[in-house]
Design a binder for this molecule. Structure first.
Ligand code: ATP
Length: 463
């Protein structure tokens, strides 16, 4: 019967031509013993010409002659032939337990196959590239411990502690004034932790309106409320799955949300708004605040149980005014950052500017310094930042020169309107913050400003 007898040689050859894409067989010396017609067509040769030649003389970038030496298969490796990236498989050929040669196949029997395939795959690759870029931009942490500049003992202590806790799974509480670098620490902890390859997601608890915070954190199901997106929406917890959720300004989280957060931390499950089923999440929390949470617990404004949970690993980041020795090093690193941003080179500070910066009390900490330097670079023509390039409130403290005293007030400099308005705006915000003991929500309300624009302004002025 046909099924029991061996296949005729011509059949085998035809089957190889049909099924095995392109195929080449070499002996132990790397001499081609068989190559199918389709492969020859692509290589602009024919079997009579190719068989008997060394494989390297017929196929560019081949590794077949190496397979007969190593005896190791190479699967799905990319091989460039005639300007096309092909996918090659190479197998050692054993007969009766002895290595006699190697068989190589190349996917895509003709260039049309390859074109059809790449047309199908290209959009998927583009999409992948797009999401990878978005992931890198939005969800990957940007800073490591090397970006945390400072040698002040308190700062070093905070850095050491942060490095130690990075490897653990516990929640971390970062405490420090606004602009001291809490977010930078959070990035560095995440990046160094085993979760570093997973998302880093930031939520500013103070800038999200109270009624939106729950759906922002836990997501919602389709139809959960009017205006809910079709198909629902993932919350930050789901986005941060296997990674880290950075809860900035946690002291501003409303009490009922604190209870929900505590439940999630205990049960490791969330429920979307309007959802029926719990969703498991594996998220590490890093929280930050500029408030005195202990005091808030005493006043009943922060849940004690949540505080204890977060307090296990508390890291205090010192304000810039107590670590003036670090100021120049930080300023220099910020200037390197600004050079990249504005495509400038060799930016530096004059001696007077360094002295002036060291005299200032930096209520807005490193962020204020960053804003001051960015403004200076914007108005700077050369490369050395001088006193005149500083904002007015920093220039004002400069002792009057003899010439200025002689000239008196008749020669009060004309100040650009934009600077005058910014100065007034900053003072109004500082004043409101003083009145509310740093409560930004209340300060925004007193000034009749929206939360988001208030926060933007605070960032702008380093408050
Ligand atoms: N030690 C440091 N070295 C270099 N840059 C720093 C350092 N600390 C902070 N910065 C920079 O200062 C800016 C403010 O830092 P960051 O946003 O981390 O502060 P924050 O404490 O989280 O502020 P807020 O509480 O207002 O959110 C960032 O641009 C950061 O890169």
């Amino acid at each position: 019967m046909m099924t029991q007898s061996k296949l005729p040689y011509e059949w085998l050859e035809e089957i190889l031509n049909l099924a095995a894409e392109w195929i080449v067989v070499v002996d132990r010396e790397g001499i081609i013993r068989y190559i199918n017609g389709a492969y020859c067509d692509f290589l602009d040769t024919d079997t009579v010409n190719a068989v008997g030649k060394h494989v390297q003389d017929v196929i560019e970038n081949t590794r077949m002659h190496l397979i007969v030496k190593t005896g190791q298969a190479e699967v799905a490796s990319i091989q460039s032939i005639k300007g096309s990236e092909m996918i090659a498989n190479r197998y050692p050929l054993y007969v009766g337990g002895e290595l006699v040669g190697a068989v190589g196949t190349v996917m895509f029997r003709n260039s049309q196959d390859w074109l059809d395939y790449s047309r199908k795959v290209q959009p998927v690759l583009e999409e992948l590239k797009y999401y990878k870029k978005r992931f890198d931009k939005e969800l990957r942490s940007k800073y490591g411990f090397g970006d945390l500049i400072g040698i002040h003992p308190k700062f070093q202590e905070a850095k050491r502690l942060a490095e130690r806790v990075a490897g653990s799974q516990s929640a971390v509480l970062l405490s420090g004034e606004s602009g001291t670098g809490k977010e930078l620490f959070a990035h560095a902890i995440h990046q160094t932790s085993p979760r570093g390859h997973f998302p880093f997601v930031r939520v500013n608890c103070a800038s999200i309106p109270e009624h939106l915070l729950e759906s922002e954190l836990f997501g919602y199901e389709e139809g959960a409320f009017t205006g809910a997106k079709k198909g629902g929406k993932k919350g930050k917890f789901e986005l941060a799955h296997r990674g880290t959720l950075f809860l900035d300004e946690i002291g501003d989280m409303p009490l009922h949300m604190q209870s929900k957060l505590l439940r999630v931390l205990q049960e490791k499950e969330i429920e979307r708004v309007g959802g029926q089923l719990p969703i498991s999440v594996d998220v590490r929390i890093i929280a930050a605040t500029h408030r005195d949470l202990e005091q808030m617990v005493r006043e009943g404004k922060f849940r004690q149980d949540l505080y204890y949970r977060l307090h296990v690993m508390k890291i205090e980041i010192p304000p810039l005014r107590i670590r003036k020795d670090d100021l120049v090093a930080i300023a220099k690193s910020l200037l390197r950052k600004l050079e990249r941003k504005f495509n400038r080179q060799g930016l530096s500070l004059s001696y007077e500017v360094i002295t002036r910066l060291q005299q200032h009390s930096w209520p807005g900490n490193v962020r204020e310094l960053e804003n001051v330097l960015e403004r200076a670079v914007n108005v700077l023509d050369g490369t050395v930042i001088q006193i005149v390039h500083l904002p007015l409130y920093l220039q004002e403290h400069v002792p009057h020169t003899a010439q200025q005293s002689v000239l008196g007030t008749q020669h009060t400099p004309i100040i650009p309107m934009r600077d005058v308005l910014m100065q007034a705006e900053k003072q109004a915000i500082q004043n409101a913050l003083r009145h509310t003991s740093g409560n930004k929500q209340l300060a925004a309300k007193l000034l009749g400003m929206g939360k988001t624009s208030f926060y933007d302004k605070c960032r702008l002025y380093g408050l």
